[in-house]
Design a protein around this ligand. Structure first.
Ligand SMILES: O=C(O)CCC(=O)C(=O)O
Ligand SMILES: [Mn+2]
Length: 206
């Protein structure tokens, strides 16, 4: 696989949320060149053991409307909504993407949650990534591959909304107090027909 290219300033990062708004969300629209992004998309589609898993919401079991996978350092667990995932090993593609995110964010990640949205009917509801294991002001690096989806942010108190399109080969970074004051979602869409893979690199306290 080629070394992924970084954007050299021609696609300047967009600040979606600034510390004044109670958070820090930046979008690099094209951090990976399109050829490498195509290769990552094909490789992850084929090599990851994708699963549709059940979670508990308000006491009821539901299948999540997307496929997921959890990879990371040995023994790292991810606990959420009544489900526990135990990390699968890093693969070469995941390590390459982790290196890119670590370089860009200046922090270390020991795990990655992968989401595969098969079409516009797959989605993720409003939530904040505020599990205790993520620590106080988590840095979360979110790589998008495949069909672009709209990413919505909503302030927990004022209900102000902000949105951005997450294109193929982009990187969204959430840091600072983002998870304290804001929630985010990927809404269903009738216009979207193609697949999208999203990877959120995280550091889980052990
Ligand atoms: O698919 C996305 O861009 C969002 C994923 C997300 O919020 C998560 O995995 O917690
Ligand atoms: Mn999230």
């Amino acid at each position: 696989m080629q070394t992924p290219l970084f954007d050299n300033g021609f696609e300047a990062p967009q600040q979606l949320i600034a510390p004044n708004d109670g958070g820090d969300v930046r979008l690099h629209p094209q951090i990976i060149d399109q050829d490498s992004a195509n290769q990552f998309l094909a490789e992850l589609t084929q090599t990851i053991k994708w699963e549709q898993r059940a979670i508990t919401v308000y006491g009821k079991r539901h299948l999540q409307p997307r496929l997921i996978a959890w990879h990371g350092d040995p023994g790292i667990r991810y606990r959420y909504s009544g489900d526990t995932l135990i990390a699968e090993q890093w693969t070469p593609a995941l390590l390459a993407l982790r290196a890119l995110c670590e370089r860009e964010c200046g922090v270390a990640f020991n795990s990655v949650l992968l989401n595969r949205y098969r079409d516009g009917q797959d989605a993720m509801g409003w939530h904040a990534d505020n599990e205790i294991e993520l620590g106080d002001k988590p840095v979360i690096a979110s790589v998008s591959l495949g069909e672009a989806r709209r990413f919505d942010l909503r302030h927990k108190k004022s209900r102000e909304k902000r949105s951005a399109r997450l294109p193929h080969g982009s990187l969204l970074v959430m840091a600072g107090e983002t998870q304290v004051y804001w929630e985010h979602q990927i809404a269903r869409s009738r216009k979207v027909v193609d697949e999208r893979i999203n990877l959120t690199f995280r550091h889980i306290a052990t």
